[in-house]
Design a protein around this ligand. Structure first.
Ligand code: SF4
Ligand code: SF4
Length: 186
């Protein structure tokens, strides 16, 4: 090996980075500084931060049926759910309480993975700091609710796949509920 070749190679990398820093072309190896918060980087679709609950129609129609799977599987146990009951005291298959403590959430996305009802997904929001203490980071179901349109906007490919899956399941359910046409008597 030629003496000093490693140093020369390192200097060439430095020179290349110095020159490319003049071009704001990230895709071609340029180096640049984002002037946050005035400028923001476009987040990747699968960027994940904190969970939210999806609703169809009105904000009080979240898809969650309070099955409790995400609560059970959440590693730091930061989800708390209480099932609502109807007038007769029977489980109403929706949460009366659905809280997530954002100060404990470790952004793992397990709740999204295990939910069998397409109800909880990871958001792109990350500016949640508060000077009001950690309890101010507990979010209730109203604060967690986001429309399916919002989901489609931030994660279009994932939302389209979920929409398609739900439509197929709905069509199958309708077909199964439709009585077969009467048999022709010959
Ligand atoms: S992202 Fe992980 S830590 Fe946060 S609520 Fe979901 S399962 Fe819990
Ligand atoms: S978000 Fe999903 S997994 Fe969690 S309680 Fe609701 S339906 Fe069950």
């Amino acid at each position: 090996m030629i003496f000093g070749a490693g140093v020369f190679k390192g200097m060439m990398v430095t020179l290349k980075n110095f020159l490319t820093s003049y071009y704001r072309d990230r895709d071609n190896g340029g180096i640049f500084t984002v002037q946050y918060p005035e400028e923001r980087e476009k987040l990747a679709e699968n960027y994940r931060n904190l969970p939210f609950l999806v609703y169809d129609g009105a904000p009080d129609q979240i898809r969650c049926v309070a099955c409790g799977i995400c609560e059970r599987e959440c590693p730091p146990k930061c989800i708390h759910i209480e099932m609502a009951t109807d007038a007769a005291g029977k489980p109403a298959r929706k949460p009366a309480v659905f809280d997530i403590d954002y100060s404990l959430c470790m952004n793992c996305g397990i709740c999204e993975e295990v939910c069998p009802f397409d109800s909880i997904y990871m958001d792109h929001t990350f500016e949640i700091t508060s000077q009001a203490g950690p309890r101010s980071l507990i979010r209730g179901k109203e604060a967690l609710a986001r429309s399916n349109d919002y989901f489609r906007k931030i994660r279009p490919a994932m939302a389209a796949a979920v929409d398609q899956k739900r439509k197929t399941a709905e069509d199958k359910k309708k077909a199964a509920a439709t009585p077969p046409p009467p048999q022709e008597i010959k």
